[in-house]
Design a protein around this ligand. Structure first.
Ligand SMILES: Cc1cc2nc3c(=O)[nH]c(=O)nc-3n(C[C@H](O)[C@H](O)[C@H](O)COP(=O)(O)O)c2cc1C
Ligand SMILES: [Mn+2]
Length: 480
């Protein structure tokens, strides 16, 4: 059941939910969000209740997706994936198969929903009713939307997009939202404004993590993320028609804001502690979304998923698994043969450092793989390094990747630089006056194709000897 409360029950029965009371929304919850994911096995999910200054029941959940066990629960696939395997590539394989086979299922409209238990209009609209954290000390305000879904419609083509973009409380009745150019919600916004219309938005601030994970995935332009989620579970996602915007809002959501923005009505947004571990984007003017209604369940739960410095943060594990699968899938669809693995390393926030393994088949195969991994939809935004390795290197194994870099790369001929690629104001290495573009490095760390057969052999014993000695060592109590 795609209900956050059902998921909480599952966490509770597995004893991976910690309730914390009396925490302060002002930086203290943020500090928890930095430290808890650094614990063993990703730490527990944490549900904050009785947050300072707020009544019991107005809750906030963090760290709810930061382990393979939790991700398996969310996707309902306990049986199929061995969640104990470190650096789990099985999850990527499973998800890649889904990407190939899932047929999107249209949303199903329902008339009633728990979300309609409370409908706040006009003078009752007050965003400070909810325990919105100030996550990091230098944040420009209290960010209500981190584990959110911003719902918009393409005013020309009619399709609905669900995208996760951060949301700042600007005052009691308006929010700001950070959507760099090219993101789907941003394209919808641009289209509405260029038609001289206002931009209607619904912002979902608490929902089952599967819906959230669908929303923050780089699913292709023109396709509705919640129809894909429906396809994944085999059942349509149930939605109500937003009373103010008509947008399809998940019926079991916890808190939803409906509003609209008008061209030229802007306010400064930022800074915000971002996923690369920096306050990368300078303060900019962003459209003010003026809230027309708040819908919420009794005792509502905000889903928090704040950025912190990778790799031991809440976001980079699921982003690593999904982006690896999405890039792999797009490479195959683009006709790159013999891709043996893709890994978007958490150390790079699962964007900045992508490794692709191939079995080289023909001259230029490695460059083709590197270029497409870098510029396909799932990889195009804000990447930095793409490394292509032979299939004897597991792309998730950093120490082997670095060994291949050191021994199979002649920088003079194995490095390509792409210029003026898609970046964002958040990119910390790009100076203020040049924000928007960045460059990419593609490193071909495969053995050179034309003399790969003569390439220096790897030092290792014969496989049968290795196995025999491993057996002997085990008997002696010597384990590797
Ligand atoms: C917790 C979290 C916060 C995010 N915040 C933003 C954001 O503020 N702006 C943004 O453009 N992308 C943000 N992203 C990434 C987008 O959700 C992701 O690129 C998604 O594919 C966007 O949807 P779209 O492809 O439909 O545009 C965030 C992702 C996560 C997991
Ligand atoms: Mn989209």
């Amino acid at each position: 059941m795609l209900d956050l409360r059902f998921f909480l029950e599952q966490l509770q029965s597995r004893k991976i939910l910690q309730v914390i009371e009396d925490a302060d929304w002002d930086e203290e919850i943020g500090a928890f969000s930095e430290l808890v994911p650094q614990m063993q096995n990703g730490g527990p999910a944490v549900l904050f209740d009785r947050i300072k200054g707020y009544p019991e029941g107005y809750r906030l959940l963090i760290n709810s997706m930061n382990s393979l066990e939790r991700l398996s629960l969310i996707f309902g696939l306990d049986e199929q994936v061995d969640v104990k395997v470190e650096n789990n590539t099985q999850f990527v394989d499973w998800f890649r198969k889904k990407l190939r086979t899932v047929q999107p299922i249209p949303l199903r409209k329902v008339a009633s929903a728990p979300l309609l238990e409370n409908v706040l209009l006009d003078g009752d609209i007050d965003l400070y009713k909810f325990p919105v954290p100030k996550w990091h000390p230098l944040d420009g305000g209290r960010y209500i939307g981190t584990g959110d879904m911003v719902i918009t419609r393409d005013p020309e083509e009619g399709w609905i997009n669900y995208g996760t973009y951060r949301v700042l409380v600007q005052d009691r009745r308006s929010v700001g939202c950070y959507i760099p150019r090219g993101k789907h919600g941003g394209i919808h916004r641009e289209k509405s404004f260029s038609r001289g219309e206002t931009w209607p938005v619904a912002i979902c601030l608490g929902q089952h993590p599967l819906l959230f994970l669908g929303s923050c995935m780089e699913y292709p332009y023109g396709l509705c993320e919640m129809e894909f989620v429906g396809g994944l579970t085999g059942k349509p996602v149930e939605v109500i028609e937003g009373p103010m915007t008509g947008l399809p809002i998940p019926a079991n959501a916890e808190i939803v804001l409906e509003g609209e923005a008008a061209f030229g009505d802007v306010k400064e947004e930022g800074p915000f502690g971002e996923w690369m571990g920096y306050y990368g984007s300078p303060v900019r003017a962003e459209p003010l979304i003026r809230i027309k209604s708040i819908l919420h369940r009794n005792n509502p739960i905000l889903l928090g998923c704040p950025p912190n410095r990778p790799p031991l943060d809440e976001q980079s594990l699921f982003r690593c698994l999904f982006r690896s699968a999405l890039i792999w899938d797009e490479m195959e669809k683009a006709g790159v043969p013999d891709v043996r693995g893709v890994w978007c390393h958490r150390e790079g926030g699962s964007r900045l450092f992508t490794v692709v393994a191939i079995k080289q088949r023909y001259p230029g195969h490695a460059r083709q793989a590197g270029l497409i991994a870098t510029e396909c939809h799932a990889g195009a935004f804000f990447g930095r390094f793409t490394i292509v390795v032979d299939d004897d290197i597991e792309p998730w194994d950093l120490s082997k990747v670095i060994w291949a870099l050191g021994t199979r790369v002649d920088p003079e001929q194995d490095v390509e630089i792409l210029r003026r690629t898609w970046s964002t104001p958040s990119d910390p290495i790009i100076p203020r006056n040049k924000k928007g573009f960045n460059s990419r490095m593609i490193i071909d760390a495969c053995r050179p194709y034309e003399w790969k057969e003569e390439f220096a052999p790897v030092v290792t014993a014969r496989p049968e000897m290795l196995q025999a000695v491993k057996n002997k060592m085990q008997k002696l109590g010597l384990f590797i």
